[in-house]
Design a binder for this molecule. Structure first.
Ligand code: KDG
Length: 335
């Protein structure tokens, strides 16, 4: 069958032992152009880090060239992941949330109000739990090479200041294409719609939605203040970026090329975290000037958390109870 052919196809000299994706084969290598697709624009720290990845790979390798495509020019997150599966695109670095449509266990990162800060996120992602999650993407024809940072997500809208639960009621909020986010916003009383990132600006401009949620750098650098008046520090979820490589293409690379690429992905990820954190602080300062910033009132986070509890219970089995418990235990340990 095609399955068997695919599994045996390509070069079968499986001597390649790279750090990640070590259970997959390596091939002949040769001259290659690695195409990277991201959804955010060329002002974003994710783009800067993608250029860092390019620089590191090209410095180490004579036969690899990297091209970075921003603003979803190649594809939105979900289609980009599919292209990786088909072997028609090499790399994408999406939020983990759209991956849930392929691997339900990834929903563990979408559970709201679980990760308290970036330091805890780093510890969990850089430890055995993070490694296990990276390895898990193999079943979908992907190679997970590194965790990058997107940041904590915050709510903006064009209708009213949001200081608590009451204010969220009825707001038309764009969510990523992810059922947990959709249900969480419903549980908070909002009226959510899933949509690709590439369609978001136009939807806000045309007023088909009232608001959206993203980390401060994305909000500022994507020029959302032009179409949104209000912003609040909801910090409701930390969904990391994941550096994904097409398994099909990966197995055609030489072991040496694989090694160069996995090291560069991790190294550029460190740069990405540093830059993202600097840019997040600067972005918030600017956003406070360009929008109305409303602090979430005391006691309201507790209300949010209470309201989303049934959503966490609902998805626990779908994600895998063991994964959820392991994640929460790792988060606790890291605190
Ligand atoms: O490059 C990443 C983007 O495509 C996307 O993942 C950004 O968090 C995002 C969103 O809101 O869709």
């Amino acid at each position: 069958s095609t399955m068997v052919l695919a599994a045996c196809g390509g070069n079968s000299n499986s001597t390649g032992a790279s750090e990640k994706g070590s259970d997959s084969a390596s091939g002949e290598g040769g001259k290659r152009t690695i195409k990277v697709s991201i959804g955010v624009n060329d002002k974003h720290p994710e783009y800067e880090a993608s250029l860092k990845f390019k620089e590191l790979v090209e410095a180490e390798s004579d036969d690899l060239t990297v091209e970075v495509y921003h603003s979803g020019q190649i594809a939105d997150d979900r289609s980009a992941i599919e292209m990786l599966q088909f072997g028609t695109l090499d790399v994408t670095i999406p939020s983990t949330s759209p991956l849930v449509n392929f691997i339900p266990a990834y929903g563990v990162f979408d559970l709201p109000f679980t990760v308290p800060n970036e330091e805890v996120a780093d510890k969990v992602l850089d430890g055995p739990f993070g490694d296990k999650m990276l390895e898990m993407v193999d079943q979908q024809g992907l190679v997970g090479l590194a965790w990058w940072e997107n940041g904590f997500r915050n709510l903006t809208n064009d209708v009213k200041p949001v200081a608590g639960m009451e204010d969220v009621k009825g707001l038309k909020i764009r969510t990523m294409e992810n059922e947990i986010h959709l249900d969480a916003w419903k549980a908070l009383g909002a009226n959510p719609t899933p949509m690709a990132f590439t369609e978001l600006f136009t939807a806000m401009q045309q007023g088909t939605i009232d608001g959206q949620e993203n980390p401060y750098p994305t909000i500022l650098l994507s020029k959302y203040p032009e179409v949104q008046k209000h912003i609040s520090n909801t910090n409701h979820v930390y969904t990391p970026f994941i550096f994904l490589f097409s398994k099909k293409i990966w197995e055609e690379l030489s072991a040496e090329q694989q090694d160069i690429i996995s090291k560069a992905a991790v190294e550029a990820g460190k740069f990405n975290r540093e830059r993202t954190r600097e840019v997040a602080d600067e972005s918030l300062e600017t956003l406070k000037k360009e929008m109305t910033f409303t602090e979430i009132k005391e006691g309201e986070f507790e209300k949010f958390q209470e309201a989303v509890k049934p959503v966490i219970d609902k998805y626990k089995d779908k994600i895998g109870a063991e994964i959820v418990d392991e994640f929460l235990a790792e988060v606790d340990k890291a605190k």
